[in-house]
Design a protein around this ligand. Structure first.
Ligand code: HSE
Length: 431
């Protein structure tokens, strides 16, 4: 049976999971794919941590260059994460004529243009299934299963840490801080969860999804990103009273040639499929013209789940290598007619707004007068009884409004002397 040789850079949680699967399912896999996948070398700088599998020490090297420069290695798997030196390892591997598998969404989101161009130039591919939704086969589905489709939108819950925190707040009435501590204790959140909680990880994943759907590889600066650290328990509870769940959504929409991209906490109506995606689960809701609306759902993190995606990339590449195939459109996605990126100011949305105002006559009239001047129409309003030092929450749902008009109105409202705290505005999506 033909053998495909692999070099693995990074033997942490996912890397050791990959080795475990390739080792324990060796016969199963080779029967299924008609090829043998051989791990030739593993580069690991930290040999002291405990791993889920023991490996012959002769396989190890502490120098990635020993893998990159080994002419017998066909595929380089990069699983160290971060930008440097992962970027240099991948570039060097492509230059040495290797195909590459990576789970590194931050690297591809920030330097994908350069790396994909290099891969194209060298007639090689970079596969990255594990970079979004771990074991959920979203990348392969978008570029192969749905190849004949045009897409109009993607709504993704693509960060398990944030989703776990929001679920704890909603189901157990936990505060944001308690929920985050709980996530850390259970190993669902990193020691420093900033990238997850502040939305950057979701934005990186959105960049890759939008690239596959719309052929435009945007930069992080083109995306409005707001995380969940300012979502309060009060807003989660008002959302429920109003028939919504709050989720951190990564959104891409294409309308009349304009592409809008944003990540932010979002009110989703309770009946929507995404509203019941809880805990560390991820889900990506894709609207396509031929196959319709599709939901991809599953655990968005975890050793074996991510390793399952990496192994599927390895197998795909092994088939390509055996067949002498190079598929340029896997990495260079044709432009889907995006004429421009919509500025965030121009985005239109319905909103939930919570004002914290003094409880006295005329306050509501003042607020609604300012909103009316900005052309903003109120759909519903409730004054809550939960009074704190004569401050009451006024909860409003407004009809579709332009972001810039709403911001301008809130700036004026927040300067009124009857308004005692900064107002909260959360966008509503019906998907
Ligand atoms: N840190 C990510 C999450 C998983 O919390 O979903 C890896 O992409």
């Amino acid at each position: 049976m033909e053998k495909i040789n692999l070099g693995l850079i990074g033997f942490g949680n996912v890397g050791s999971g990959v080795v475990k699967i390739l080792r324990e399912r060796k016969t199963f896999l080779s029967k299924k794919i008609g090829l043998e996948i051989e791990i030739k070398k593993i580069c690991d700088k930290d040999r002291s941590s405990k791993r889920c599998i023991t490996v012959d020490k002769n396989l190890f090297t502490s120098e990635a260059s020993e893998i990159i420069n080994d002419p017998k290695i066909d595929i380089v798997v990069e699983l160290i994460g971060g930008i440097h030196p992962a970027k240099e390892f991948i570039s060097d591997a492509l230059k040495k004529g290797k195909n590459v598998v990576t789970a590194n969404k931050a690297l591809l989101a920030e330097h994908g243009r350069e790396l994909f161009a290099l891969a194209m130039d060298r007639g090689k591919n970079i596969y990255f299934e594990a970079s979004v939704g771990a074991g959920i086969p979203i990348i392969k589905s978008l570029r192969e299963g749905l190849v004949a489709n045009k897409f109009s939108s993607i709504f993704g819950i693509v960060n398990g840490t944030s989703n776990y925190v929001l679920t704890q707040m909603s189901c157990n009435n936990s505060s944001f801080n308690d929920a985050l501590q709980d996530a850390k204790k259970k190993g669902f959140a990193e020691k420093d969860p900033t990238l997850d909680i502040e939305g950057t990880d979701s934005a990186h994943k959105l960049i890759l999804l939008a690239y596959l759907c719309f052929g435009k590889l945007v930069s992080l600066n083109d995306i409005f990103v707001e995380g969940i650290s300012r979502v309060s328990l009060a807003d989660i509870n008002y959302a429920k009273e109003l028939g919504f769940q709050v989720k951190l959504l990564a959104i891409a929409k294409k309308e009349s040639g304009e592409l809008e991209l944003r990540v932010h906490p979002t009110f989703i109506p309770e009946g929507h499929l995404l509203s019941s995606v809880d805990g560390i689960f991820n889900a990506i809701y894709v609207s396509s013209d031929l196959a319709g609306n599709l939901l991809f759902y599953g655990p968005g993190a975890g050793q074996l789940s991510a390793a399952s995606a990496v192994v599927s990339d390895i197998v795909d590449l092994a088939h390509d290598i055996k067949a002498g195939l190079f598929r340029p459109t896997l990495n260079i996605v044709p432009d889907e007619g995006v004429k421009k990126l919509r500025k965030f100011d121009e985005i239109e949305s319905r909103y939930y707004i919570r004002f914290n105002a003094l409880d006295k006559p005329g306050v509501l009239a003042k607020i609604s007068g300012i909103l009316a001047k900005s052309g903003i129409s109120i759909a519903s309003v409730t004054q809550k009884e939960r009074r704190r030092a004569s401050i009451v929450p006024i909860v409003m749902i407004i009809h579709e409004a332009k972001e810039k008009n709403l911001r301008a109105a809130l700036n004026v409202i927040d300067r009124l002397n009857v308004i005692k705290e900064k107002s909260v505005a959360i966008r509503i999506e019906e998907a």
